[in-house]
Design a protein around this ligand. Structure first.
Ligand code: IPM
Ligand code: MN
Length: 352
């Protein structure tokens, strides 16, 4: 019996719709090959719609999205809209409202992809970052005192709940077990300075690890040192777990060592709800409509989406297609790929 998957599509701003179109091209091919059906619905959550209607993601949209199996997102960010509005009104709104408490970001260097890290290759760059996605500095707690005066005070508070930290750690331990590579989970924090938040994280990390995951090796690394190791010894990492802000920062560095934003994919995951998959780079407005942006990150996000909805064989095929495309492309950077956006999509689709 074939199953019909319901997938919500948010092309978004800038080059988002172009890269999503390539992902959907690949979806069509793997669905046929692996004999499953799907229905898509486009959601217009963009800067352009916001400028016309003042609307971004509303509560009723969230309710509708809850009826989907997964969400496929292109990009958010439009230079015509003040920074922060679409980010909060679309991306962060969905992460929070759908309680997507994990942001899963693999850092994998595929063969033939250039890395700026000298003397390191696919053998050395192969790890996954599990970023907490609904707490920390992203909750929006804080405010001003005496705003606009010389005595102005601004606070921005990092909120870390035992529940929120614990569910993220458990996910990371389980993921490390399932990944079954080096069985090593590294907590990335700042225990030497941020002594309340990271004390909570550290205690929970060791308690949960000791009690429920004795087979997983536990490591700890400060976030600043982690940036150093990403460049010097990326092979030291298997799975990393960290908070929202640190995860945001280190995964941009992670994306660079795996070949750039053109190849880095991620998933905003609610293990019991609706998850959302996206290329982690931005909307790249200056490349919009030129057919030069790299769609592999979006195709990688499709791979993660397929794994999430249980189409593992299709996902594995998409990965094979991505690996093949990497061997045919000159570069992962927009405009330098030696192919157009649509040709990269075609190359992946044909390989499948
Ligand atoms: C990311 C982005 C977002 C974040 C922005 C666009 C709100 O940088 O997904 O990493 O900070 O999480
Ligand atoms: Mn980011």
């Amino acid at each position: 019996m074939t199953k019909k998957h319901k997938i919500a599509v948010i092309g978004g701003d800038g080059t988002g719709p172009e890269v999503v179109a390539e992902g959907l091209k690949v979806l069509k091919v793997v669905a046929k090959k692996h004999n499953f059906e799907y229905e898509l619905k486009d959601f217009d959550f963009t800067g352009q719609r916001y400028l016309k209607t003042g609307k971004l993601v509303e509560d009723k949209d969230v309710e509708e999205l809850k009826t989907y199996e997964a969400i496929y997102l292109g990009a958010v960010g439009d230079p015509a809209v003040k920074p922060g509005i679409i980010e909060h009104g679309v991306l962060l709104k969905l992460r929070f409202a759908l309680d997507q408490y994990i942001n899963l970001r693999p850092v994998i260097l595929y063969p033939n992809v250039w890395t700026p890290v000298k003397d390191k290759g696919p053998e050395q760059i192969d790890f996954v970052v599990v970023r907490e996605n609904t707490e920390g500095l992203y909750v929006g707690t804080g405010g001003y005192l005496k705003k606009g005066s010389p005595d102005e005070v601004a606070t921005q508070v990092s909120v870390n709940t035992r529940k929120g930290v614990e569910r993220c750690l458990r996910y990371a331990f389980e993921y490390t077990q399932k990944r079954n590579k080096r069985k090593q989970l590294t907590l990335v924090g700042k225990t030497n300075v941020l002594t309340y938040a990271w004390d909570l994280w550290e205690r929970a990390f060791h308690e949960i690890g000791q009690k429920d995951f004795p087979g997983i090796k536990r490591e700890y690394s400060h976030v600043d040192a982690t940036c150093m190791w990403f460049v010097k010894n990326p092979e030291w990492f298997d799975v990393i777990v960290t908070d929202n802000m640190f995860g945001d920062i280190i995964t941009d560095l992670g994306a660079m060592i795996q070949g750039g934003m053109g190849i880095a994919a991620g998933g905003n995951i609610n293990p019991k709800g609706v998850s959302m998959f996206e290329p982690i780079g931005g909307s790249a407005p200056k490349y919009t409509g030129q057919n030069v942006i790299n769609p592999l990150a979006a195709i990688g996000a499709l791979q993660m989406l397929l794994e999430n909805i249980g189409e593992d064989k299709a996902a594995a095929d998409v990965e094979k297609g991505i690996r093949y495309a990497c061997t045919q492309m000159k570069s992962m950077s927009a405009g330098k790929m030696g192919m157009s956006t649509t040709e990269v999509g075609d190359t992946v689709a044909k390989a499948i």
